[in-house]
Design a protein around this ligand. Structure first.
Ligand code: ADE
Length: 381
């Protein structure tokens, strides 16, 4: 049995459009930040036993089908690379040629709402590949693992690393050079604060796959974006990350318009994925607390419960001087806004405060495994 934990990531240069749907090959490079796994991650346990009659998987306690092409590609690619496993203490000996005959039970759990459009499949498929690879003693490096994770869910390839990550689109038809690389680890620019406004936790109506397909088939601008706009931006973004140039970083992914305009230089950056949730990136704690005061002025909690309104790093609330709902009610209207009186109570479900995080890790504490070693089934099911 092996257990792993993998982070989610949010792209600052987006992946949009595939040149090969089966292999999940994109039409442009993308760049992401990996978020702290304490706040947003998938944990996955993979167990193997000669007594398992078939491969099975449970997600958040419910059995799901493993028959989809994406899971099957990842399983096949990891099994192909499986090596001998020997653990004298536990009396385990598996020869590499035997892995193909053995079935696995997989239990995964996301520490955030799976349907909320927060890249759960990126964390989930990265964890699936990483943990299967650990169980089967796969020796391939992170680049190779990222290429396998990509076949499970495109953006999963970026969750194989911490910090800042670039998914290189590659040119080869077989996808062998469509891999992720780490641009800088999570310690490189660790004063960035990331606040996510979760507007809706409902499953989005249009999946990214079908949205991308529509764009590729109908948009005359998509080719221009992929071939002309993104390559230039990727270079600028890489330079901004290298030199920790927030002004350049923020300008590229756009501005929180009014505040930034009124200050003259960017105070916070924002980005959206294919969903309604806003991801806001502040260069430091000070700007993050100012941002939070402005956000909570307009979007106070529906039920007045401040602690459950902030998920992840809750200490940002006290840093912003917001210890109670009375503190929120006493917030001044943001000076730079023209219509400060209108408020939008209930429009944000909750906020998540996070930071840059590390890549996938093995969970060594066996008590945290999600599968019961006696029954071979998920704990508590
Ligand atoms: N899709 C969403 N979350 C997942 C997870 N944890 N594992 C596999 N697929 C997922």
């Amino acid at each position: 049995m092996a257990t792993g934990r993998s982070p989610t990531n949010i792209a600052v240069i987006k992946y949009w459009g595939k040149r090969d749907e089966a292999l999940i090959l994109p039409v442009n490079d993308s760049i992401s930040v990996t978020l702290d796994p304490d706040h947003l991650s998938a944990t996955t346990t993979v167990a193997v036993s000669p007594s398992f009659p078939s491969d099975r998987m449970w997600l958040n306690g419910k059995e799901i089908s493993l028959s989809g092409g994406r899971f099957q590609s990842c399983l096949r690619e990891i099994r192909k690379r499986a090596q001998n496993v020997e653990d004298e203490k536990k009396g385990i000996r598996i020869k590499k040629e035997d892995w193909g005959k053995l079935h696995v039970h997989i239990a995964s759990y996301n520490n955030f709402p799976t349907a909320a459009g927060l890249a759960s499949s990126a964390a989930g498929l990265a964890c699936f590949v990483f943990t299967l690879g650990k169980l089967m003693n796969v020796k391939e490096d992170c680049g190779e693992l990222s290429s396998i994770a990509r076949q499970g869910s495109g953006s999963a390839c970026r969750s194989i690393y911490g910090g800042f990550v670039k998914w290189c689109m590659g040119k080869n038809n077989d996808g062998s050079d469509s891999i992720a690389v780490q641009l800088a680890d999570e310690t490189h620019w660790n004063d960035l604060v990331i606040i996510i406004a979760v507007v809706s936790s409902k499953q989005k109506e249009t999946s990214s796959t079908s949205g991308m397909r529509d764009s590729v088939e109908t948009s005359p601008l998509l080719q221009y974006r992929a071939q002309t706009v993104v390559p230039e931006r990727v270079l600028k973004m890489e330079e901004a990350i290298k030199s920790r140039n927030f002004e350049s970083f923020a300008r590229i992914i756009s501005l929180v318009e009014k505040w930034n305009q009124s200050e003259g230089t960017p105070q916070v950056a924002y980005t959206f994925d294919a969903g309604p949730n806003a991801v806001l990136i502040a260069p430091n704690r000070k700007n993050a607390t100012l941002l939070l005061q402005k956000l909570l002025y307009y979007f106070p909690p529906q039920d007045n419960d401040l602690r459950s309104y902030m998920v992840g790093d809750k200490s940002i609330l006290s840093d912003a001087g917001l210890k109670s709902i009375e503190d929120v009610e006493a917030l001044p209207a943001p000076a730079e806004m023209k219509t400060p009186s209108q408020k939008f109570k209930g429009d944000v479900s909750y906020f998540i405060c996070s930071r840059l995080g590390a890549g996938p890790k093995v969970v060594t504490d066996e008590s945290l495994a999600l599968i019961d070693s006696v029954t071979g089934l998920p704990k508590g099911v």
